[in-house]
Design a protein around this ligand. Structure first.
Ligand code: NAD
Ligand code: TYD
Length: 359
């Protein structure tokens, strides 16, 4: 039975990847359905990201509902009201450093919130019709913990999370799997490596460094800067999710990655050099801002993903070369000074209040 993929509930659509996913669907002719975006609008949610979508499709093919994924009654009413047939679950507390200082919110949203959404789907999707539905749970490669050189995370790799963030995501993955195994809920899961691209909140490495370079502020590199991350351009993540929505096998997990392993220090040097070129500065001009600071507790040394399964079984591949993707990202932040200023000053919260009537 073919999946409907018509009335899609996106959770956390005002965040970084959710925003890019909504743009991706509306940009591509293959998607003809509607999107209902539910978001609690935490510090990480910014509706300005979706201003153009709201203008072009608002009230017809795009609907925003301010809601906490923990609110069973509200989410159930949204499910019933919009006849939701597909869930793409992004909503989460997503920043490792914040999870070190305040883990509780991570458990509340990532674990209990995911549980609540799964419960709503279980109650709403019943009978034969269930086969046309899909609950896609978005997760991270951080659930696998840190890996040694020449070793790669497979979908079968045992979970070994090392931060409150990754532990909460690991728990949510297990819950999604359990709802498939125990209740037959049509679930797929993906575990993706570090994303970068437009609209990322400047607390994560790439946007933080770009904005600090532009402001000539210090560039805080944790530890010796030799921790390795695998980098994927956010639009490539979106195309992988779309593949899974269409062709992913129920009950399966898919790893998604860029196959671009870079030490953090290499990435920071690259951004310094690129912005130097664009600003007509000397090649090494911005390097002087690099400052090695105290390491993050429990800092995972290396993430490296094997994403052969999604490539071989679903025919997905990355399109964006990492250096080109980083350059596009740098230019996006340089070309959107108003967005940047509002985010840096906190003014984006007022912007949302002024421009949106929250339901
Ligand atoms: P983000 O922090 O930019 O956005 C999260 C969004 O969720 C925000 O809009 C926020 O307002 C919303 N939200 C938070 N709590 C909520 C709640 N209780 N109810 C409703 N909405 C809530 O995160 P992101 O970087 O876009 O990540 C999205 C998903 O992708 C997360 O599940 C994350 O674990 C996963 N992921 C992220 C990366 C990455 O590199 N950013 C990599 C792999 C997987
Ligand atoms: P981050 O973007 O927080 O993603 P994650 O921890 O989920 O991988 O960090 C990416 C890497 O960059 C990680 O090894 C920590 C490091 N890092 C710094 O060195 N300095 C910083 O200011 C930040 C935010 C991260």
């Amino acid at each position: 039975m073919k999946r409907r993929l018509k009335n899609i509930l996106v959770t956390g659509g005002a965040g970084f990847i959710g925003t890019n996913f909504i743009h991706y669907l509306f940009k591509n002719k293959f998607f003809e359905g509607i999107i209902v975006n539910i978001d609690k609008i935490t510090y990480a949610g910014n509706l300005e990201n979706l201003r153009d979508v709201e203008q072009r499709f608002g009230g017809e093919r795009y609907f925003f509902e301010k809601a906490d994924i923990n609110d069973f009654d509200k989410i159930k009413a949204i499910f019933d009201g919009y006849e939701i047939d597909t869930v793409v679950h992004f909503a989460a507390e997503s920043h490792v450093d914040r999870s070190l200082h305040g883990p509780k919110e991570f458990l509340h949203t990532n674990v209990m919130g995911t549980f609540n959404l799964l419960e709503v789907a279980r109650k709403c999707w019943t009978g034969e019709e269930k086969k046309k539905k899909l609950f896609h749970h978005i997760s991270t490669d951080e659930v696998y913990g840190s890996t040694k050189e020449m070793k790669y995370f497979l979908e079968s790799t045992a979970y070994q999370p090392n931060s409150p963030y990754s532990a909460s995501k690991a728990c949510s993955d297990h819950l999604a799997r359990v709802f498939y195994k125990t209740y037959g809920l049509p679930v797929t899961i993906s575990n993706c490596s570090n994303n970068y691209g437009p609209y990322q909140f400047p607390e994560k490495l790439v946007p933080l460094m770009i904005l600090n370079i532009l402001d000539e502020k210090i560039l805080p590199v944790y530890g010796d800067g030799k921790n390795v991350r695998d980098w994927l351009y956010v639009e490539d993540h979106c195309s992988a999710i779309w593949k899974i929505l269409n062709q992913g096998k129920i009950g399966e997990t898919y790893n998604i990655g860029g196959e671009n392993e870079w030490e953090n220090i290499r990435l920071v040097h690259f951004l310094c050099e690129k912005i130097g070129q664009l600003n007509g500065k000397d090649k090494d001009y911005y390097n002087k801002l690099i400052t090695f600071v105290k390491d993050r507790p429990g800092h995972d040394r290396r993430y490296a993903i094997n994403c052969d399964k999604i490539k071989q079984e679903l025919g997905w591949k990355q399109e964006v070369d990492v250096e080109e993707g980083l350059e596009m990202t740098v230019k996006w932040y340089m070309n959107n000074p108003e967005w940047v200023d509002r985010v840096k000053s906190g003014e984006y919260k007022n912007w949302i209040k002024k421009n949106y009537k929250m339901r």
